[in-house]
Ligand binder design. Structure first.
Ligand code: ADP
Ligand code: CDP
Length: 194
Protein backbone atom coordinates (compact mmCIF):
# COMPACT_ATOMS: atom_id res chain seq x y z
CA UNK A 1 0.00 0.00 0.00
CA UNK A 2 1.47 3.36 -0.98
CA UNK A 3 1.80 5.95 1.77
CA UNK A 4 -0.33 8.95 0.82
CA UNK A 5 -0.01 12.31 2.54
CA UNK A 6 -2.79 14.86 2.00
CA UNK A 7 -2.06 18.53 2.66
CA UNK A 8 -4.77 21.16 2.45
CA UNK A 9 -5.20 24.73 3.58
CA UNK A 10 -5.80 28.30 2.42
CA UNK A 11 -3.70 30.28 -0.04
CA UNK A 12 -0.01 30.80 0.74
CA UNK A 13 -0.21 28.98 4.07
CA UNK A 14 2.92 26.96 3.31
CA UNK A 15 1.31 23.79 1.93
CA UNK A 16 3.58 23.49 -1.07
CA UNK A 17 6.75 24.19 0.90
CA UNK A 18 5.86 21.47 3.41
CA UNK A 19 4.68 19.04 0.71
CA UNK A 20 7.92 19.37 -1.28
CA UNK A 21 10.06 18.90 1.82
CA UNK A 22 8.07 15.83 2.95
CA UNK A 23 8.33 14.29 -0.50
CA UNK A 24 12.07 14.86 -0.61
CA UNK A 25 12.58 13.52 2.92
CA UNK A 26 10.65 10.29 2.39
CA UNK A 27 11.43 9.77 -1.30
CA UNK A 28 7.80 10.26 -2.31
CA UNK A 29 6.38 11.97 -5.40
CA UNK A 30 4.75 15.38 -5.00
CA UNK A 31 1.76 16.84 -6.83
CA UNK A 32 0.82 20.51 -6.45
CA UNK A 33 -2.86 20.11 -7.38
CA UNK A 34 -3.37 23.89 -7.40
CA UNK A 35 -1.27 23.94 -10.55
CA UNK A 36 -3.93 21.86 -12.35
CA UNK A 37 -6.61 24.46 -11.61
CA UNK A 38 -4.24 27.32 -12.43
CA UNK A 39 -3.48 25.69 -15.80
CA UNK A 40 -7.19 25.21 -16.56
CA UNK A 41 -7.92 28.84 -15.71
CA UNK A 42 -4.98 30.08 -17.79
CA UNK A 43 -5.98 28.12 -20.88
CA UNK A 44 -9.07 30.26 -21.38
CA UNK A 45 -12.05 29.17 -23.45
CA UNK A 46 -14.42 26.56 -22.06
CA UNK A 47 -12.99 25.51 -18.66
CA UNK A 48 -14.59 22.06 -18.80
CA UNK A 49 -13.00 21.31 -22.18
CA UNK A 50 -9.71 22.75 -20.87
CA UNK A 51 -9.80 20.43 -17.84
CA UNK A 52 -10.68 17.37 -19.93
CA UNK A 53 -7.87 18.12 -22.36
CA UNK A 54 -5.22 19.17 -19.84
CA UNK A 55 -1.74 18.13 -21.06
CA UNK A 56 1.70 18.19 -19.37
CA UNK A 57 2.72 21.23 -21.46
CA UNK A 58 -0.15 23.23 -19.93
CA UNK A 59 1.46 22.82 -16.51
CA UNK A 60 4.83 24.12 -17.72
CA UNK A 61 3.63 27.67 -18.49
CA UNK A 62 5.63 30.29 -16.61
CA UNK A 63 2.65 32.54 -15.78
CA UNK A 64 0.77 30.14 -13.49
CA UNK A 65 2.08 31.51 -10.18
CA UNK A 66 0.66 35.02 -10.59
CA UNK A 67 -2.19 36.41 -8.51
CA UNK A 68 -4.30 36.70 -11.68
CA UNK A 69 -3.76 33.00 -12.41
CA UNK A 70 -4.76 32.21 -8.81
CA UNK A 71 -8.01 34.11 -9.21
CA UNK A 72 -8.78 32.42 -12.52
CA UNK A 73 -8.03 29.03 -10.91
CA UNK A 74 -10.40 29.69 -8.05
CA UNK A 75 -13.21 30.59 -10.47
CA UNK A 76 -12.88 27.47 -12.63
CA UNK A 77 -12.38 25.33 -9.49
CA UNK A 78 -15.99 26.01 -8.47
CA UNK A 79 -17.31 24.24 -11.60
CA UNK A 80 -18.22 20.63 -10.72
CA UNK A 81 -17.36 19.24 -14.21
CA UNK A 82 -13.90 20.82 -14.04
CA UNK A 83 -13.20 19.15 -10.70
CA UNK A 84 -14.61 15.82 -11.91
CA UNK A 85 -12.30 15.86 -14.94
CA UNK A 86 -9.23 16.11 -12.67
CA UNK A 87 -10.09 13.44 -10.09
CA UNK A 88 -8.74 10.33 -11.83
CA UNK A 89 -5.34 11.86 -12.56
CA UNK A 90 -4.93 12.96 -8.93
CA UNK A 91 -6.01 9.56 -7.53
CA UNK A 92 -3.68 7.68 -9.87
CA UNK A 93 -0.84 9.96 -8.78
CA UNK A 94 -1.72 9.37 -5.12
CA UNK A 95 -1.53 5.60 -5.66
CA UNK A 96 2.08 5.62 -6.84
CA UNK A 97 4.64 3.57 -4.88
CA UNK A 98 6.26 4.06 -2.45
CA UNK A 99 4.19 7.11 -1.58
CA UNK A 100 2.93 10.50 -2.65
CA UNK A 101 2.28 13.91 -1.19
CA UNK A 102 -0.56 15.94 -2.70
CA UNK A 103 -1.36 19.50 -1.68
CA UNK A 104 -4.52 21.46 -2.45
CA UNK A 105 -7.93 22.20 -0.95
CA UNK A 106 -9.87 18.91 -1.09
CA UNK A 107 -7.16 16.25 -0.89
CA UNK A 108 -8.03 14.97 2.59
CA UNK A 109 -11.79 15.35 2.10
CA UNK A 110 -12.44 14.23 -1.51
CA UNK A 111 -9.39 13.06 -3.47
CA UNK A 112 -7.67 10.91 -0.82
CA UNK A 113 -10.06 10.40 2.11
CA UNK A 114 -8.01 7.30 3.03
CA UNK A 115 -4.68 9.17 3.19
CA UNK A 116 -2.37 7.88 5.94
CA UNK A 117 -1.65 11.43 7.09
CA UNK A 118 -3.74 14.56 6.58
CA UNK A 119 -2.40 18.00 7.41
CA UNK A 120 -4.39 21.23 7.30
CA UNK A 121 -1.87 24.05 7.10
CA UNK A 122 -2.88 27.57 8.08
CA UNK A 123 -1.34 30.93 8.98
CA UNK A 124 -2.90 34.28 9.77
CA UNK A 125 -4.22 36.29 6.80
CA UNK A 126 -1.63 39.04 7.35
CA UNK A 127 1.29 36.63 7.48
CA UNK A 128 0.14 34.77 4.39
CA UNK A 129 -0.25 38.05 2.52
CA UNK A 130 3.24 39.15 3.59
CA UNK A 131 4.82 35.87 2.47
CA UNK A 132 3.04 35.88 -0.90
CA UNK A 133 3.88 39.56 -1.47
CA UNK A 134 7.54 38.82 -0.82
CA UNK A 135 7.44 35.81 -3.12
CA UNK A 136 5.80 37.65 -6.05
CA UNK A 137 7.32 41.08 -5.41
CA UNK A 138 3.77 42.40 -5.06
CA UNK A 139 1.96 44.82 -2.77
CA UNK A 140 1.04 43.32 0.61
CA UNK A 141 -2.37 45.04 0.94
CA UNK A 142 -3.29 43.92 -2.57
CA UNK A 143 -2.22 40.34 -1.74
CA UNK A 144 -4.31 40.42 1.43
CA UNK A 145 -7.41 41.36 -0.60
CA UNK A 146 -6.63 38.72 -3.22
CA UNK A 147 -6.07 35.90 -0.71
CA UNK A 148 -9.21 36.75 1.26
CA UNK A 149 -11.36 36.88 -1.86
CA UNK A 150 -10.02 33.53 -3.08
CA UNK A 151 -10.28 31.83 0.33
CA UNK A 152 -13.89 33.01 0.70
CA UNK A 153 -14.80 31.64 -2.75
CA UNK A 154 -12.95 28.36 -2.13
CA UNK A 155 -14.63 27.82 1.25
CA UNK A 156 -18.14 28.74 0.08
CA UNK A 157 -18.42 26.69 -3.12
CA UNK A 158 -20.86 23.76 -3.16
CA UNK A 159 -18.47 21.18 -4.58
CA UNK A 160 -15.39 20.12 -2.59
CA UNK A 161 -15.18 23.30 -0.51
CA UNK A 162 -11.93 24.08 1.27
CA UNK A 163 -12.16 22.67 4.79
CA UNK A 164 -10.11 20.47 7.10
CA UNK A 165 -10.93 16.75 7.05
CA UNK A 166 -12.24 15.59 10.44
CA UNK A 167 -9.08 13.58 11.02
CA UNK A 168 -6.66 16.24 9.79
CA UNK A 169 -3.85 17.52 11.98
CA UNK A 170 -3.94 21.32 12.11
CA UNK A 171 -0.62 23.06 11.60
CA UNK A 172 -0.61 26.83 12.12
CA UNK A 173 2.68 28.08 10.67
CA UNK A 174 2.16 31.75 11.61
CA UNK A 175 4.91 31.69 14.21
CA UNK A 176 7.06 28.99 12.62
CA UNK A 177 10.06 29.20 10.36
CA UNK A 178 10.00 26.94 7.29
CA UNK A 179 12.40 24.56 9.05
CA UNK A 180 10.17 24.34 12.12
CA UNK A 181 7.03 23.72 10.05
CA UNK A 182 8.77 21.04 7.99
CA UNK A 183 10.16 19.36 11.13
CA UNK A 184 6.64 19.18 12.61
CA UNK A 185 5.29 17.65 9.41
CA UNK A 186 8.09 15.07 9.18
CA UNK A 187 7.49 14.15 12.80
CA UNK A 188 3.76 13.69 12.16
CA UNK A 189 4.46 11.55 9.09
CA UNK A 190 6.87 9.34 11.08
CA UNK A 191 4.30 8.88 13.81
CA UNK A 192 1.78 7.92 11.12
CA UNK A 193 4.16 5.20 9.94
CA UNK A 194 6.07 6.76 7.01
N1 ADP B 1 6.86 28.85 7.83
C1 ADP B 1 7.18 29.77 6.91
N2 ADP B 1 7.84 30.88 7.25
C2 ADP B 1 8.14 31.81 6.34
N3 ADP B 1 7.83 31.73 5.02
C3 ADP B 1 7.19 30.65 4.62
C4 ADP B 1 6.82 29.62 5.53
N4 ADP B 1 6.19 28.66 4.82
C5 ADP B 1 6.15 29.09 3.54
N5 ADP B 1 6.77 30.27 3.41
C6 ADP B 1 6.89 31.08 2.19
O1 ADP B 1 5.59 31.59 1.92
C7 ADP B 1 5.31 31.54 0.53
C8 ADP B 1 4.05 30.68 0.31
O2 ADP B 1 4.37 29.34 0.64
P1 ADP B 1 3.83 28.12 -0.23
O3 ADP B 1 4.44 26.89 0.30
O4 ADP B 1 3.99 28.41 -1.69
O5 ADP B 1 2.28 28.17 0.16
P2 ADP B 1 1.03 27.45 -0.47
O6 ADP B 1 1.53 26.23 -1.21
O7 ADP B 1 0.16 27.14 0.70
O8 ADP B 1 0.42 28.46 -1.39
C9 ADP B 1 6.56 31.01 -0.15
O9 ADP B 1 7.32 32.10 -0.60
C10 ADP B 1 7.28 30.26 0.97
O10 ADP B 1 8.68 30.25 0.79
N1 CDP C 1 -7.13 20.73 -4.71
C1 CDP C 1 -7.33 22.00 -5.10
C2 CDP C 1 -6.24 22.85 -5.35
C3 CDP C 1 -6.49 24.14 -5.76
N2 CDP C 1 -7.77 24.54 -5.95
C4 CDP C 1 -8.08 25.87 -6.49
O1 CDP C 1 -6.98 26.42 -7.15
C5 CDP C 1 -6.63 27.70 -6.63
C6 CDP C 1 -5.12 27.85 -6.68
O2 CDP C 1 -4.59 26.89 -5.78
P1 CDP C 1 -3.07 26.94 -5.28
O3 CDP C 1 -2.89 25.85 -4.30
O4 CDP C 1 -2.17 26.96 -6.47
O5 CDP C 1 -3.01 28.37 -4.57
P2 CDP C 1 -2.00 28.89 -3.44
O6 CDP C 1 -2.42 28.28 -2.15
O7 CDP C 1 -0.62 28.42 -3.84
O8 CDP C 1 -2.16 30.37 -3.48
C7 CDP C 1 -7.26 27.74 -5.25
O9 CDP C 1 -7.58 29.05 -4.81
C8 CDP C 1 -8.50 26.87 -5.42
O10 CDP C 1 -9.58 27.60 -5.94
C9 CDP C 1 -8.82 23.70 -5.65
O11 CDP C 1 -9.98 24.09 -5.76
N3 CDP C 1 -8.58 22.43 -5.23
Amino acid sequence: MPFTIAIDGPAASGKGTIARALAQHFGFAHLDTGLLYRAVGAKGGDPVAAARGLAPGDLARDDLRSAAAGQAASRVAAIPEVRAALVDFQRRFAGGEPGAVLDGRDIGTVICPEARLKLYVTASDQIRARRRALELGADEAEMLRELRERDARDAARDVAPMRPAEDALLLDTSEMTIDEAVARAIDAARRAGA
